[in-house]
Design a protein around this ligand. Structure first.
Ligand SMILES: C[S@@+](CC[C@H](N)C(=O)[O-])C[C@H]1O[C@@H](n2cnc3c(N)ncnc32)[C@H](O)[C@@H]1O
Length: 303
């Protein structure tokens, strides 16, 4: 099952910034689209370390590691990037990228339980080798907390009614059952959007701790970048993009002078320079509708 890489050339070109050698990190291997292009542009002394939480992504990566000794796969969250790299003797790198969210194979395989379009067990774990499934998680969460998750991570205004309906339903086995419960509880339909879209997104973000992982990842990425090295991150919805935008903004802006009285000399704590903010081209969106919501943000590590 394939995955069409989004903003493929834009991301790899930004990451390399004209270089053809060095150590690079792909935080989200997926099916390896970005990693493979990166490897094709790097010389024999280079290395690419890739992370993924998903055991299926790991299988593809293990095959690539057999073919190419420059490639190393790590089964871990990018939230643990710095310690995982240090454990392999890597302190600094020339570029870090991440292509956030779920892969097409995860969405397309009913048995992974991510999709309300394809009925499957209600799972939704990126790493389905550990942690509670969505079905188990829904049993244990309180109605009020569930409503907050659906509101915050799904930006769903009918979060309270939906949470009540889910909790009243008892154990929910399958994605189709959950989709039906949400549909019945949802008083209004957004045009071109299934009533359960926002709720599924919210539960997926919560059980995979997606936003927590991004918040943990960004400062570690900056900490391992060499001066002039690149950070390139692709996001697919506003909650992710906001975190990346605010992080780059904070790291690239002079801190406020907080002194009273005499003007204090400002300590320059900036670690990043903004380089670019890129959207998929019309042709790419036509060929791959998933790229419509993608934003690539690129920044460079300051000395
Ligand atoms: C959009 S896909 C990446 C596709 C890849 N760039 C390609 O071209 O094939 C996102 C991947 O990131 C993985 N992922 C998401 N969050 C992660 C995390 N916190 N740590 C490691 N992998 C993660 C998912 O399992 C998924 O395989």
């Amino acid at each position: 099952m394939s995955h069409i890489s989004v903003l493929l050339h834009e991301t790899v070109d930004a990451l390399l910034a004209g270089r053809n050698t060095g150590i690079y990190v792909d935080g989200t291997f997926g099916r390896g689209g970005h990693t493979r292009l990166l490897l094709s542009k790097l010389d024999a002394n280079s290395r690419v370390y890739a992370f993924d939480k998903d055991p299926q992504a790991l299988e593809t990566a293990a095959a690539l590691a057999q073919e190419d000794p420059r490639f190393i796969i790590i089964h871990a969250s990018f939230a643990d990037m710095q310690q995982e790299l240090q454990a392999r003797g890597i302190e600094v790198v020339d570029g870090v990228m991440a292509d956030l969210g779920v892969s097409s194979p995860q969405l397309d395989q009913a048995e992974r339980g991510f999709s309300f379009m394809k009925d499957g067990p209600l799972d939704m774990r990126m790493d389905n080798s550990q942690g509670p499934t969505a079905a188990e998680w829904l049993v244990n969460i309180k109605e009020e907390d569930l409503a907050n998750v659906i509101f915050k991570y799904g930006e769903e205004r009918y979060s309270r009614r939906i949470a009540k309906a889910i909790k009243n339903a008892g154990y929910i086995d399958t994605t189709a059952q959950l989709a039906e419960i949400v549909k019945v509880a949802h008083p209004k339909w957004e045009k071109n959007k299934h009533a359960a879209t926002r709720t599924f997104q919210a539960i997926r973000i919560a059980i995979n701790k997606e936003l927590d992982d991004i918040e943990a990842f960004l400062p570690q990425a900056v900490a391992v970048l060499k001066p002039e090295a690149t950070l390139a991150v692709i996001s697919f919805h506003s909650l992710e993009d906001r975190l990346i935008k605010q992080f780059i903004q904070k790291e690239s802006t002079l801190a406020e002078d907080t002194g009273w009285g005499m003007p204090q000399e400002r300590e320059d704590t900036r670690r990043l320079k903004k380089i670019a903010r890129i959207r998929a081209s019309e042709e790419e969106v036509k060929a791959n509708p998933r790229s419509r919501s993608a934003w690539l943000r690129v920044a460079e590590r300051l000395a």
